[in-house]
Design a binder for this molecule. Structure first.
Ligand SMILES: [Zn+2]
Length: 395
């Protein structure tokens, strides 16, 4: 380790001051100095610089027991816009996001997954639309993509669904839009979204488990995203759970994903419908081949016994996976996201029961398992948080 240069120290302190203003909402210069241990001069100089580039503004006066009431400072939410992109589904989604995670506009485009070049063209079109829609200067582009990423090089190492292998997506977008680009796995950015804008704002450690077409976990430890040595931390979807089991997209059989993903649920529901002419599923789809997650949810709500039993099985298997994570990392905040969360609180209780059965009791009892409040925006917001983290140090 080397001693920090004066310039590095200044940059660090400037970011610390901005982050203190961001975290506190409204705060005076004197309180920043007190909280950070920096001198009033250092704080005043940094605040002047942040005000100079529009990121911070004076927003009113606070109370004071004696003397002049202090002027309060706040981060200007719309001072910069962030472009967040979610490539995890067969519809690419994106949004222009403000510095507080407020969504200024959304855009989405369907994609043909089998054609890697066509998928890349859709990314360009989506980013282009959003760049044009932003009404403030853009701080950067953040991407949450499925598969294995190399965030340091901005390379998609392997996204099987999109037929992308060693694609330098970060470089391509930087060249095209002349903006900083940050890329990470969709589940990993979902975890960043929770700790920046969601339920995880006040915790040090959390795990987000995304269950949609794919299954994966994002892990935040000490408020930093933990990606692992090969950037594959949290790839729980491809751990074998049954033997031999169904064939998985990864080439193996019996992976967690083949049991709990939306595809797995729909496949199981179609089998139920084919087998049982009296199934409630027939009310929600013209024929078994047309059953989708909406139809499964309809039959679940209508109280169809077989469908409810299938969803309970999904919860139990997922509970085992959560138990493994809880015992490995002892993280007390577990947040569930993705389309499967629509099965609601009853489904979460079943997962919690299974964690209680499968994990060390003392650890399971202390673990909170909740559904995200960020809904379908979680990856878009996480991609935006990735920019905030790198460009301003606000995460
Ligand atoms: Zn697999």
């Amino acid at each position: 380790m080397k001693k920090a240069t004066r310039r590095q120290t200044k940059a660090h302190n400037d970011r610390l001051i901005l982050k203190t203003i961001y975290d506190k909402g409204e705060i005076s210069r004197a309180d920043i100095a007190r909280l950070t241990g920096l001198t009033r001069t250092t704080v005043s100089d940094a605040v002047a610089a942040w005000m100079g580039n529009g990121l911070v503004a004076e927003v009113g006066v606070g109370r004071s027991a004696r003397g002049k009431p202090p002027i309060l400072l706040s981060v200007v939410d719309d001072a910069r816009h962030l472009i967040g992109i979610d490539l995890a589904d067969n519809v690419f989604r994106g949004a222009v996001v403000d510095l507080r995670g407020g969504i200024r506009c959304r855009h989405s485009l369907p994609v043909d997954e089998r054609d890697g070049d066509a998928a890349l063209a859709v990314v360009y079109e989506l980013v282009g639309e959003l760049v044009a829609a932003a009404s403030s200067s853009i701080l950067g582009i953040g991407i949450g993509a499925p598969g294995l990423m190399d965030p340091r090089r901005g390379v998609v190492r392997n996204a099987v669904n999109l037929d992308w292998h060693d694609l330098p997506l970060g470089y391509l977008l930087e060249e095209r839009y002349q903006l900083p680009v940050y890329i990470a796995n969709d589940c990993q950015v979902a975890a960043l979204a929770e700790c920046t804008f969601g339920r995880g704002r006040d915790v040090s450690n959390l795990i987000v488990i995304q269950v949609g077409r794919g299954v994966g976990a994002g892990i935040v430890l000490n408020r930093s995203l933990y990606c692992g040595d090969g950037c594959g931390a949290g790839e729980i979807g491809h751990v074998k759970f049954v033997d031999p089991g169904d064939r998985c997209r990864c080439g193996h059989r019996g992976c967690l994903e083949t049991l709990v993903s939306t595809r797995a649920i729909v496949r199981r529901a179609r089998a139920i419908a084919l087998d049982d002419p009296g199934s409630a599923l027939h009310r929600f789809a013209v024929e078994p081949g047309a059953i989708d997650l909406d139809a499964v949810f309809g039959a679940f709500q209508a109280g169809d016994e077989q469908v409810r039993s299938a969803i309970a099985d999904v919860a139990r298997v997922l509970g085992r996976a959560v138990a493994g994570l809880v015992c490995t990392l002892n993280v007390e905040c577990v947040i569930l996201a993705g389309r499967v969360t629509r099965f609601g609180q009853e489904w979460v209780e079943l997962i919690r029961d299974e964690v209680g059965r499968a994990a060390l009791a003392a650890l399971a009892d202390e673990t909170q398992i909740q559904i995200t409040e960020l809904d379908a925006d979680i990856v878009v917001l996480g991609a935006a948080a990735l920019i905030l983290s790198h460009e301003l140090g606000l995460v």
